[in-house]
Design a protein around this ligand. Structure first.
Ligand code: SF4
Ligand code: SF4
Length: 677
């Protein structure tokens, strides 16, 4: 019979402050097959682990229950303890009496103590049925995929490439650069954004270990750490990029203009376009939906014919392209092509989206003189619609007064409750840039409060104040359009405890940072989770900030939550280090907590096959009969098949039906005892 040891941790005051340890000890000692019960101040400390090791060495116990905190962070510690004590490391079970008990029932000591008894009882019931398992190892493909080629993704890719690993860098836009490429300057040093970003973009474009897959989207992700199989859809550019030199002749020749996404729709681009002047790769793309020549026709199949001569007519871009890259006679597949990649690790750095201004009806978003801060960045940038001159697009006038409104969509229960973290600083930066370009312009910033928590940020704030930027503490209730293209900002000034009104020529809304478009779908493909606010969730906020719930998939930058450029770059470099570890090791240990199919019980119904999110199950024929088989290397042990199988043919090691039923039974018996039933 198994000899079970129960080890109860005080976790300092964390557990012992809310749970009567003595009573729990006495309860555990009375459970069947429990031979040893001990408690200690910090069971994960060296002396705590030594207690367990000693009992193992003296053969007092051969199954271990640790009643402490979450297995998410501490199970590896106690598995190692068992290994050091000479026992198979999978013969440990944890009862989470901290996160799931003492912390949530802090003011109910008796209730928390009874719950701890039940949780320990349930863990002991499972420990009785634990079986030794053997770790397995998988070979790691020494290549990595980085999703998103903004500043974060580029640094992650460069670090891995510099370590000698092959990197596939995927971005949905034609060029690398992301949101940072749209900024005029960056705080707190006021560097020209393009000046510091362009060399990084060029480095990424030229690095022999980086394969750029721009204008591409992730189609599917299969497999697990070491061996991810990723399908990437390369969207159709309708230009042969192998021939395109990026000369831009086609762009000049194209007669048709549409709103330019890079300039936030404030300016037009052509139907054939190069994303922005410093684009890497500098290649042209035809926007087939807006191209006058190909609208309604498929490339290469229905040439436009001259109305009189009936001869095929070349489009202006075709006529001007000297390299033949722009050729309408090619039968391009509008869906582009799918390429398959094999990688060992994945970093997701898909960035953020600046919130749209239109939901904020109270701020007159339809007025061309009410703009977002990202739109102001484009107005201030030399490559923007006004070539860097501060002018209103509505009438070309330099504004006499500019009013900034903070926290638009952030810290607001009607939109996003989180703080977007960078808005205070970028508003100060933009205010400073306005003052630099037009010293006589009056600049007002309406803040809820100013958050300048960063190196040199407070000095930056004080400098802006010294420049004459006026700060008003209070939320803005409305922006009204007045005659003569003026705007009136109405707010409550907390410092004077009364309403204030300000007439302004330009109003700038510091809209929230949001998860990028399609992030939910990408998360589903990757199998990682999104937090309540929609950003990707890290494995542990403090200890594993760049890891996700899926081993081998890492996150960096704003895809995890709002952050500024230095923080994003730091995270990129952390993620690249973490992603390089399996690549460097060449093979990684994988938990044996995977599923196995009992061929005797399996009816070959195939219900489990489409349910497996890792495509690990196949139906095979054994002579006349069909049976399901699981590829152990692909199975991630999620347990979906075990729950779905009508024949109970699937055994998930570490979470067998018998083990779970024993836990439930122990809990229900304990609940019955507690109610006196
Ligand atoms: S004209 Fe031809 S080579 Fe030049 S940018 Fe356009 S497609 Fe490329
Ligand atoms: S447990 Fe089953 S469903 Fe989950 S990954 Fe393994 S085979 Fe697929």
């Amino acid at each position: 019979m198994p000899k079970i040891g129960v080890y109860i941790c005080h976790c300092g005051e964390n557990i012992a402050g809310a749970i009567n340890i003595e009573e729990v000890r006495a309860y555990a000692a009375g459970l069947p097959d429990v031979k040893v019960v001990r408690d200690y101040l910090f069971m994960c400390s060296d002396p705590g682990q030594e207690l367990i090791k000693q009992d193992l060495k003296e053969d007092l116990v051969d199954r271990v229950v640790v009643a402490a905190c979450t297995p998410r962070t501490h199970e590896p510690v106690f598995r190692k303890t068992l290994e050091d004590g000479g026992l198979n490391k999978y013969l440990v079970e944890m009862a989470n009496i901290r996160d799931q008990d003492s912390w949530v029932h802090w003011n109910d000591k008796d209730g928390a103590t009874r719950k701890a008894e039940k949780l320990i009882g349930s863990a002991v019931a499972k420990a009785f049925l634990l079986e030794p398992l053997r770790e397995r190892f998988v070979e790691v493909t020494r290549a990595s995929l980085v999703i998103g080629a903004g500043v974060t993704g580029m640094f992650a890719a460069l670090d891995l490439a510099e370590m000698g690993y092959k990197v596939y860098l995927v971005d949905r836009n034609p060029s690398v650069g992301g949101n940072m490429a749209k900024l005029d300057r960056t705080f707190p040093t006021n560097d020209c954004s393009a000046c510091i970003l362009t060399p990084v973009m060029v480095q990424v474009g030229n690095h022999p270990n980086i394969e750029l897959l721009t204008f591409s989207e992730i189609e599917s992700v299969d497999g697990s750490i070491g061996n991810f199989k990723v399908k990437v859809r390369r969207k159709q550019t309708y230009v042969d990029w192998n021939r395109c030199t990026g000369c831009g002749d086609c762009v000049k020749a194209c007669p048709h203009e549409v709103a330019d996404e890079f300039n936030q729709g404030m300016y037009n681009r052509k139907a054939v376009y190069i994303e922005f002047p410093q684009a890497v790769p500098r290649k042209a793309v035809v926007d087939a939906a807006h191209c006058l020549n190909c609208a309604g026709r498929d490339f290469g199949t229905q040439p436009r014919l001259h109305s009189k001569t009936g001869e095929p007519v070349a489009a202006p871009c075709e006529k001007t392209c000297k390299t033949g890259a722009c050729d309408r006679s090619v039968a391009y597949n509008p869906r582009g092509e799918v390429v398959e990649l094999n990688v060992g690790t994945i970093i997701t750095a898909a960035g953020f989206k600046a919130m749209d201004k239109h939901p904020f009806k109270e701020y007159s978003p339809e007025s061309p003189n009410v703009i977002t801060s990202l739109e102001l960045e484009r107005l201030l940038a030399a490559t923007g619609p006004t070539q860097g001159e501060l002018k209103r697009l509505s009438d070309g006038k330099t504004p006499d007064t500019v009013a900034f409104i903070s926290c638009v969509g952030s810290r607001d229960k009607h939109h996003h409750t989180y703080c977007s973290k960078v808005c205070c600083m970028y508003m100060l930066k933009e205010a400073r840039l306005v003052k630099r370009k037009c010293p006589d312009t009056n600049v007002f910033i309406f803040f809820i409060d100013v958050r300048t928590g960063g190196k040199d940020f407070e000095e930056y704030y004080n400098y802006c104040r010294d420049l004459g930027v006026r700060v008003i503490r209070g939320r803005v209730g409305a922006v009204d359009e007045l005659s003569g293209d003026r705007l009136r900002v109405r707010a409550y000034d907390v410092d004077i405890a009364g309403p204030v009104e300000l007439e302004s020529d330009l109003v700038v809304l510091a809209t929230a940072m949001e998860p990028p478009t399609g992030l939910k779908e990408l998360a589903r493909k990757l199998g990682v989770t999104c937090g309540a606010e929609g950003f990707l969730k890290e494995a542990h906020t403090k200890l594993y900030p760049v890891e996700t719930s899926v081993r081998g998939i890492y996150i960096a930058g704003c895809v995890q939550g709002p952050k500024d450029i230095p923080e994003s770059v730091s995270q990129a470099r952390a993620a690249s280090s973490a992603a390089a570890i399996p690549l460097t090791l060449g093979r990684v240990a994988v938990d044996p907590l995977t599923s196995e199919i009992d061929q005797e019980k399996c009816s070959g119904c195939g219900i489990c096959v489409p349910l497996c999110p890792y495509s690990a199950i196949k139906i095979i024929s054994l002579g006349e009969i069909l049976r399901a088989r699981i590829d152990e290397a692909l199975c991630a042990g999620c347990g979906v098949c075990a729950a779905a199988c009508p024949s109970r043919a699937v055994k998930l090691h570490g979470f067998t039906a018998e083990q779970i039923e024993a836990q439930i039974e122990a809990l229900t018996i304990a609940a019955g005892d507690a109610s006196g039933a």
